[in-house]
Design a protein around this ligand. Structure first.
Ligand code: F6R
Length: 364
């Protein structure tokens, strides 16, 4: 049932405020002062390293979460693609928690990576949507994301729910490791509770994203750039676009631009810059100037202050509501998803069943 939407993907994008609010309610106590984990939970004081492994969009959720675990909890984190991790046979040292993220819970490479860590890691954790899945069953602790069934092959609400649960886990770790005291944790949780409302507000950008999507629908290639936590979001935006619209898209950390990809820039190249006005925004502005100086077409996804600071020369701006920097990656997933969706609709592709792709990749 598409609930009045033309595609499951559009329904699932629209559901995000609701499912994320449910995910938060499942982990955050009524008075919003603590985070409850199922079963025995996790003692983050006993751990000195976190290894996160996944595929595709779930992998980008892990890359995003690395920033949270490092910045909030001061925890060393490794992130890896499951198909690489499983064959590289990396050492798993004492005090390591291995965390596997998977919507389906059945992805062959992720499951094999989990089995490789079993008996080596102190704890096997998973963040899954399907609670009865193999990955959930074989974990010491499985954390459900409560996204509900995701039908569209391109992952949308599962991604933002994965991010939400990973952020809660990073906050839990920060508290356990003495980086946040009770009041500081409560303050962060209060901020997090504002996320569904911010997502609701972000839904109103849809018509402006649709206009931009129609303008890039005939492009052969699109470049996505982002810094900090917006870098994994740029990766996710590029993956989404190529999966469903079949437009070739690539993502780079903004700072990598001059180390190669700038050679691609010309008047035909749309460059999507994902950049809330944060501490790194000035650096992003200079990257944009380098693109504009070569006639590249900038699509800037930012807030009011970012749009003002970016100055003239930006081709298209998608204006986002202001958001706490900790929550920005979750909010900025929305325009990335909508851009891919509307580009695909404009090109007339099969949005919910893109060619060559399966919802659950149970063979390697
Ligand atoms: C992208 C997408 C895939 C999956 C990947 C992992 O939109 O859906 O990249 O994220 O195949 O799948 P799960 O999360 O089921 O392990």
């Amino acid at each position: 049932d598409k609930a009045g939407h033309r595609h499951f993907m559009s329904k699932e994008i629209a559901e995000q405020p609701t499912v994320i609010s449910e995910a938060i309610a499942n982990y955050v106590s009524e008075e919003a002062r603590s985070i409850r984990l199922p079963g025995e939970g996790i003692d983050f004081r006993a751990l000195n390293r976190l290894t996160m492994v996944a595929c595709g969009t779930a992998y980008y959720a892990c890359v995003t979460a690395k920033y949270w675990f490092e910045q909030l909890a001061g925890m060393p984190v490794e992130v890896d693609i499951a198909s690489e991790f499983r064959y590289r046979q990396p050492p798993v040292t004492e005090g390591t928690a291995a965390l596997f993220v998977s919507q389906s819970g059945e992805t062959a490479d992720t499951l094999a990576a989990l089995r490789y860590c079993a008996g080596k890691a102190d704890r096997i954790l998973s963040v899954v949507n399907v609670a009865e899945s193999s990955i959930a069953r074989e974990s010491d602790l499985a954390l459900p994301i409560h996204a509900g069934a995701e039908i569209g092959v391109a992952s949308t609400k599962a991604f933002t729910c994965q991010l939400t649960v990973l952020l809660l886990l990073a906050l839990k770790a920060a508290h356990a490791r003495g980086r946040l005291d009770d009041d500081a944790l409560a303050e962060r949780l209060l901020t997090l509770r504002g996320l569904p409302a911010a997502l609701n507000q972000a839904m109103s950008i849809e018509s402006s994203v649709e206009t931009v999507a129609q303008r890039i629908a005939n492009a052969n290639d699109v470049l996505f750039l982002g810094r900090g936590m917006m870098f994994p979001l740029a990766l996710e935006g590029a993956l989404k676009l190529k999966e469903i619209s079949y437009i070739h898209a690539e993502a780079y950390a903004s700072g990598e631009l001059k180390h190669g990809p700038i050679a691609l820039i010309d008047e035909k190249m749309p460059v999507v810059v994902m950049a809330p006005s944060d501490a790194l925004f000035d650096k992003t502005v200079s990257n944009m100037q380098e693109v504009m100086a070569r006639d590249g077409k900038i699509i800037l996804i930012t807030d009011q202050a970012g749009a003002a600071a970016a100055g003239d020369g930006v081709w298209q701006t998608i204006l986002m509501p202001d958001v706490n920097p900790m929550l920005a990656p979750i909010l900025y997933a929305v325009p990335a998803q909508m851009l891919a969706y509307h580009a695909a609709v404009a090109r007339g592709t099969d949005v919910d069943q893109p060619r060559n792709l399966a919802k659950s990749v149970t063979v390697e």
